[in-house]
Design a protein around this ligand. Structure first.
Ligand SMILES: NC(=O)c1ccc[n+]([C@@H]2O[C@H](COP(=O)([O-])OP(=O)(O)OC[C@H]3O[C@@H](n4cnc5c(N)ncnc54)[C@H](OP(=O)(O)O)[C@@H]3O)[C@@H](O)[C@H]2O)c1
Length: 321
């Protein structure tokens, strides 16, 4: 099998295809023939040498990025009871250190996977990390309740467009920041108010909200503190600027929480039900082959993808998307 690896941190050109042997699953593990892998900003940040996963992996290169996979169970290790060979699955795997999704196959614990029933492999690969971040940010950390007003910064991105749909399905009033080009799209998936962050008075346009899901961090996250109503809170998702925003929140008396997404197959299964029932849909900004992984990273780093990007493996041809 082939995997897309880095042997040094750097720009997208450090991603190189390397041949490797399929691993044999041990007790409780399965081998998945990957059809699609999701691409997330943390993959690009770690590739560039930024953040906690890069610091932890710096002496363990080569490293294969990728935490989101969807494919077909190819081989069962001893004692595996939850899956059968040939079943389609998806999962958030090897998070946060091992990664390994930018590959034609991966061996993981059966506990990391969920059956894909009535949801395509492509949607299954695009969902896990972004969906879990949106879900946990809104509900676990943000404590969002139906009828509340929530502001989602960067509503059009991978996490944002799922957060819009989850919050709206939950009965919240959803306000988003996005460039004008994305306003019709965001209205179509459940946002009731769209604010262009290029406008100097965007904070005033938003008005008071019970919760901010800050997917931008930095100066945008700091500015959004002014939108938080009394008793409300701001959940800041990008880890690199979380402390900056917590400090700014403390100075203003606004509750700020940082977060790190965690794998949760129960939540993943709930989101898959929502997808299957048509309550949410993942917009794909693009699809690249494994060999073109650098193009996907370049697109993400330009910062304006709408929805998610996925990498397509050769096995995708053998199974319906
Ligand atoms: N802590 C964690 O566990 C965790 C988990 C997942 C993600 N994250 C972080 O969360 C952030 C969002 O992730 P993502 O996957 O959603 O990113 P993404 O898909 O790359 O976000 C792209 C979106 O950002 C929007 N955008 C760019 N500049 C903006 C601005 N100034 N204001 C509002 N929107 C803007 C773009 O919309 P326009 O085209 O309209 O500009 C685009 O749709 C990333 O920093 C990521 O690393 C953290």
């Amino acid at each position: 099998m082939t995997q897309l690896q880095i042997t040094a941190f750097g720009d997208p050109s450090v991603l190189k295809l390397n041949p490797s042997l399929d691993k044999v699953p041990a007790e409780g593990e399965v081998r998945v023939r990957i059809c699609y892998a999701g691409v997330n900003p943390i993959d690009a940040k770690t590739r560039a040498g930024l953040g906690w996963a890069a610091a932890q992996n710096k002496d363990k290169l080569p490293w294969t990025p990728g935490y989101d996979v969807a494919g077909v169970i190819e081989k069962l290790g001893p004692g595996v009871s939850a899956f059968k060979e040939g079943e389609p699955v998806c999962g958030m795997v090897g998070f946060p250190l091992a990664g390994g999704g930018y590959a034609e196959s991966i061996v993981v614990s059966e506990r990391e996977l969920v059956k894909l029933d009535g949801v395509s492999l492509k949607q299954g690969a695009a969902l896990p990390l972004a969906g879990l971040t949106a879900w946990q940010g809104l509900f676990e950390h943000g404590g969002l309740k139906g009828g509340q007003r929530v502001l989602i910064l960067a509503g059009a991105g991978g996490v944002g467009h799922l957060a819009v749909q989850f919050a709206s399905a939950y009965g919240a009033e959803v306000v988003v920041t996005a460039s004008k080009d994305n306003h019709v799209f965001l209205h179509g998936i459940g946002a009731s108010k769209m604010v262009d962050y290029h406008d100097a008075d965007w904070v005033a346009q938003v008005g008071p909200v019970d919760l901010v899901l800050d997917l931008m961090g930095g100066e945008s996250g700091k500015a959004a503190l002014a939108c938080v109503a009394k008793g409300g809170k701001l959940v800041t998702v990008p880890t690199l600027t979380a402390q900056l925003i917590k400090d700014a929140g403390a100075a203003l008396g606004v509750e700020v929480t940082g977060m790190l997404v965690h794998p949760d197959t129960r939540q993943l299964a709930q989101m898959l039900i929502l997808l299957r029932q048509g309550g949410a849909h993942i917009t794909l900004a693009g699809e690249h082959t494994l060999a073109e992984g650098a193009l996907a990273h370049q697109a993400l780093e330009r910062g304006h993808t709408r929805g998610k990007l996925v990498l397509r493996m050769p096995a995708a041809e053998r199974y319906p998307a």
